[in-house]
Design a protein around this ligand. Structure first.
Ligand SMILES: Cc1cc2nc3c(=O)[nH]c(=O)nc-3n(C[C@H](O)[C@H](O)[C@H](O)COP(=O)(O)OP(=O)(O)OC[C@H]3O[C@@H](n4cnc5c(N)ncnc54)[C@H](O)[C@@H]3O)c2cc1C
Length: 306
């Protein structure tokens, strides 16, 4: 989402190139512009609200660049169109690695979740849940879920976890987390909701059905930030650093050298904010992304002096 009084520098050219597709939807007030999904849609059906709030949609444009020119932020769309603005909110999300398992897609949101442990955990208080994955996200998810669920079974395909030691120790100490190594998911069962998972013990070669209410999948996710490599500070996995995670006086990467501290979702480039899954330390999930969006917009308004 871009906000500011400036018009796109070469908007006339863009109109010529794109013809009718470039025309914005009608809206009541033209206060801000949203750059939509590169797949051509916004999830969640929030169009009506955004239009009534005065957002102008410039759809089906992949953002390919971000640069600073004094106080201006220049966003490049589809490598051809530059838009000049004063603030930017980046909410480009992540791509989750998907599990190709029979029946899994039919139970998405009905007990099967990708990376949404924080938001969904309270709904599974007192139930039995599964977490699949061996890395830090899986470990953090399991520890968080164990605060609510009666028991958590962590399924790992390999012979050992790849998560940090401190998380492995937390899991060892938790009385309601059970770890099953060398275990792969074969299929999921459930008509309206998840009821059981079928797993294979890879050492013994035996299959087993385990009842449970939810399966949280943490098998890796990559943020859509390759286009920001030289512009913003990112963590080792490519998530954008914001707020207190932004490094002052960093070498080799763009650094924060403002006298003030960054806003909580502000990146290492003043006036540029990151919200949702794409930012470092995001709790992940729809609820967290929506909350981030609200916080980021509030900061944008403060930044612009509204
Ligand atoms: C299969 C599946 C099931 C899930 N189920 C749940 C669930 O039940 N509950 C839950 O809370 N969460 C669930 N999640 C996670 C949830 O979808 C995300 O946490 C949430 O959508 C994050 O919102 P976001 O705005 O950060 O990113 P996204 O919703 O991923 O939106 C990012 C958008 O930016 C676009 N984009 C990326 N790069 C660019 C670019 N360069 N230029 C222009 N556009 C770009 C993407 O195409 C995408 O449309 C699920 C995820 C998956 C994959």
């Amino acid at each position: 989402m871009l906000d500011g009084p400036d018009e796109p520098r070469d908007r006339a050219d863009a109109r010529r190139q794109d013809g009718a597709r470039w025309r914005p939807l009608r809206c009541r007030r033209r206060r801000s512009r949203a750059v939509g999904s590169r797949h051509g849609g916004l999830r969640g059906g929030g169009w009506a609200e955004e239009i009534s709030l005065g957002v102008e949609f410039l759809l089906i444009r992949e953002i390919t660049g971000l640069a600073a020119r004094g106080p201006e932020r220049i966003v490049t769309l589809a490598e051809t169109i530059d838009v000049s603005t004063r603030t930017v909110v980046i909410a480009t999300g992540v791509s989750y690695n998907r599990l190709e398992i029979d029946g899994l897609d039919g139970l998405l949101g009905k007990g099967v979740f990708y990376g949404a442990a924080t938001a969904e955990a309270p709904a599974f208080a007192g139930r039995h849940v599964f977490v699949i994955g061996a890395g830090n996200s899986a470990g953090q998810g399991a520890v968080h879920l164990a605060r609510y669920a009666a028991s958590v079974t962590l399924l790992m395909r390999g012979a050992s976890p790849t998560m940090s030691d401190y998380l492995a120790r937390q899991i060892e100490r938790a009385s309601n987390i059970q770890v099953r190594l060398n275990t792969e998911l074969l299929r999921v069962h459930g008509r309206r909701r998840l009821e059981a998972v079928e797993v294979n013990d890879r050492l013994r070669g035996t299959a087993e059905s385990l009842p449970g209410s939810a399966l949280f999948v943490f098998i890796g996710a990559g943020p859509h930030t390759s286009w920001l490599e030289k512009t913003l500070q990112r963590d080792e996995n490519g998530h954008i650093l914001t707020g207190r995670h932004v490094v002052r006086g960093a070498t080799g990467v763009p650094t924060w050298d403002e006298a003030r501290e960054p806003y909580v979702l502000e990146t290492s480039l003043p006036g540029v904010f990151a919200a949702g899954d794409v930012r470092h330390n995001s709790p992940r999930g729809v609820a967290a992304a929506v909350a981030d969006g609200a916080i980021a917009i509030r900061s944008v308004r403060e930044y612009l002096g509204h």
